[in-house]
Design a binder for this molecule. Structure first.
Ligand SMILES: *Cc1c(COP(=O)(O)O)cnc(C)c1O
Length: 222
């Protein structure tokens, strides 16, 4: 068994029931994805369109591709025909464009609302106040082809475990509140995507439902 398969097996044995694993394959070649695929992994996360499109061409049809990086509005059309889940719904403008492209393809596109909780200004996403304003406004009700499936967030890049915990708790509580207040009748609103290689154990203890792991599966990105 190769090292990638071993990593996937190790992570999967740690995952509680109901937590999905996204294998983040950005910067790693199609061969590496193939090894993970052969080990049974079907969900892969990519963060750049120009990297995702050629990989998709080379790899099996039944892979569920997730887009996890910041998405420019002018690029949505390239992934709209096939993307399984967009984690990075980080502005109203982008959300409207995802819906428009979904209509054009005759698809429903599943999307998460990205919440900005980390201290780094470079990370994108709605602030909690912006997200509450947007969802409570009801403006999204007119969007027929995008389906909100939950919330995604990233904790700060820090060694401070108390802070990471606090940030994951915030993401989870925003997810719970939105679900309770607006999506109680929508079974699709079920994803709280949080946790990466260095912090997924904490995300699990804060009740993540989807972890996004790159380095711990494929090794360092070069
Ligand atoms: C790159 C990336 C990951 C994976 O990061 P690792 O630390 O390699 O596990 C997860 N989520 C997002 C949004 C990313 O951009």
């Amino acid at each position: 068994m190769g090292i990638i398969s071993e990593h996937i097996k190790d992570i999967k044995t740690e995952l509680p029931v109901g937590v999905d694993l996204v294998a983040v394959s950005k910067f790693h070649p199609a061969d590496a994805i193939r090894e993970a695929y052969d080990a049974g992994q079907r969900i892969f996360g990519e963060s750049r369109i120009q990297e995702l499109l050629p990989k998709k061409e080379q790899l099996p049809e039944d892979i569920a591709w997730h887009f996890i990086g910041h998405l420019q509005t002018n690029k949505v059309k390239f992934i709209a025909p096939f993307i399984s889940l967009i984690h990075s719904g980080d502005s109203e403008k982008l959300i409207k464009e995802i819906d428009r492209c979904a209509v054009n393809c005759g698809r429903i596109i599943r999307c998460l609302l990205q919440l900005h909780v980390a201290e780094e200004a470079t990370k994108s996403g709605f602030t909690e106040a912006e997200l509450n304003e947007y969802i409570s406004s009801g403006r999204w009700h007119t969007l027929a082809n995008i389906r909100f499936c939950g919330v995604m967030g990233m904790a700060s890049l820090t060694e401070n475990k108390v802070q990471i915990n606090r940030e994951f708790e915030t993401i989870r509580s925003v997810f719970d509140k939105l679900k309770h207040d607006y999506f109680a009748s929508s079974p699709d609103f079920s994803v709280c995507s949080m946790g990466m290689s260095h912090d997924y154990h904490q995300a699990i203890s804060c009740r993540t439902t989807m972890i996004r792991i790159g380095t711990d599966i494929f090794g360092e990105r070069i």
